[in-house]
Design a protein around this ligand. Structure first.
Ligand code: NAD
Ligand code: UDP
Length: 331
């Protein structure tokens, strides 16, 4: 199949580009480079032996998207392009709604004009909000707490309305949990600008000596050891989930939503222990106040993806840390 990855030079998209190319698909990437580096394209060439087709541009440029869809005879789109920093979305909500919601509407218009009606969308576990019960299954109420999470839910609703309006649309929204780790070549991985907000990139920089110590945001949560619990998922497992979702979506009309998580929750202390083993480095830390807006614990019920996509995550926390460490050392 000919597949367009919007935002395909970013963290998740670049790993999906590897998996899909290796599965025999023709991958085309559209990215405006607002949160990635063009060198990722060379890295993909090193891994794959050839670089995917690449267009620098914005997903909101409908004419450009239509020309790419036609030129590359695209069959399906995976829509990663968007902004993802929860805190920034609180400060700059218009920027988030414009890019994440406006960008998707523009993309969908382009697809409709080109009669391409198959799309996989990068949604997020943040659509669920404060847990009513755990693990979150796909039926859990959706009450996102930030403009970022709301933008993801709004796009899901738009996709649902679109597929209700026209039975030819084939749509899957994937609600990712916490993607971490990197390709085992160490050539691509997560490359946050400035000081990382997320736990594992921060821990990696402490291990390598770029940052002095980890600040653990609270050890008094109602969790087994008091620190926050998340469902970390290896980015290569996540990428393989997209291959399964593509097969599913090409055979099923309508709108479906799937959690992509492991189903396991790990605490901050467990992550620090695993990273210490993976890196053989000490990870100094101190306990500080809770981070505003943090949820104590959340993790996925991953059964629906297993049942309908035939997919489940295979790599454990240690592997996630080994690959995150390799990436931190090599890049
Ligand atoms: P990322 O920032 O690394 O990748 C997104 C890519 O999209 C970047 O390369 C960026 O340059 C590009 N982009 C952004 N706006 C664009 C636009 N208007 N036009 C063209 N390109 C644009 O992020 P990621 O971690 O790879 O996330 C991919 C998707 O998955 C995002 O939609 C994100 O919200 C979602 N998601 C990510 C996580 C996570 O923790 N990483 C969790 C849940 C959902
Ligand atoms: N965390 C932490 N110190 C950090 C970054 C994160 O203690 O520097 C904790 C955070 O409070 C949460 C967990 O690690 O319990 C995962 O945080 P992350 O930002 O990676 O994911 P999110 O909270 O967005 O799911």
């Amino acid at each position: 199949m000919n597949i367009l990855l919007t935002g395909g030079l970013g963290y998740i998209g670049s790993h999906v580009a590897v998996v899909l190319t290796e599965a025999g698909h023709q991958v085309t990437i559209l990215d405006n480079l607002c949160n990635c580096k063009i060198e990722v394209l060379d890295r993909l060439e090193k891994i794959l032996g050839r670089a995917p087709a690449f267009f620098k541009g914005d997903v909101r440029d409908q004419a450009l998207v239509e020309s790419i869809l036609k030129e590359k005879q695209i069959n399906s789109v995976i829509h990663f392009a968007g902004l993802k920093a929860v805190g920034e979305s609180v400060q700059e909500p218009l920027m988030y709604y414009d890019n994440n919601v406006g960008g998707t509407i523009s993309l969908l218009k382009a697809m409709k004009n080109c009669e391409i009606k198959t799309i996989v969308f990068s949604s997020s576990a943040s659509v669920y909000g404060i847990p009513v019960y755990l693990p979150y299954d796909e039926e859990h109420p959706t009450r996102p707490q930030s403009p970022y999470g709301k933008s993801k839910l709004q796009v899901e609703e738009i996709l649902k309305d679109l597929s209700d309006s026209d039975p030819e649309w084939k749509v899957v929204a994937l609600r990712y949990f916490n993607p971490v780790g990197a390709h085992d070549s160490g050539l691509i991985g997560e490359d946050p600008a400035g000081v990382p907000n997320n736990l594992i990139p921060y821990v990696a920089q402490v291990a390598i000596g770029k940052l002095e110590k980890l600040k653990i945001f609270g050890d008094d949560y109602d969790t087994p050891n008091g620190t926050g619990v998340r469902d970390y998922i290896h980015v290569m497992d996540l990428a393989e989930g997209h291959n399964s979702a593509l097969l599913y979506v090409s055979e099923n009309t309508g709108f479906s939503v799937f959690n992509l998580g492991t189903g396991n929750g790990y605490s901050v202390y467990e992550v620090v222990d695993a990273f210490t083993s993976a890196s053989s480095r000490k990870i100094p830390y101190e306990i500080v106040d809770r981070r505003g807006g943090d949820i104590a614990s959340y993790y996925a019920n991953a059964q629906k993806a297993k049942k309908f996509l035939g997919w489940s995550a295979k790599r454990g926390l240690l592997q996630m840390c080994i690959d995150a460490w390799k990436w931190a050392v090599l890049h």
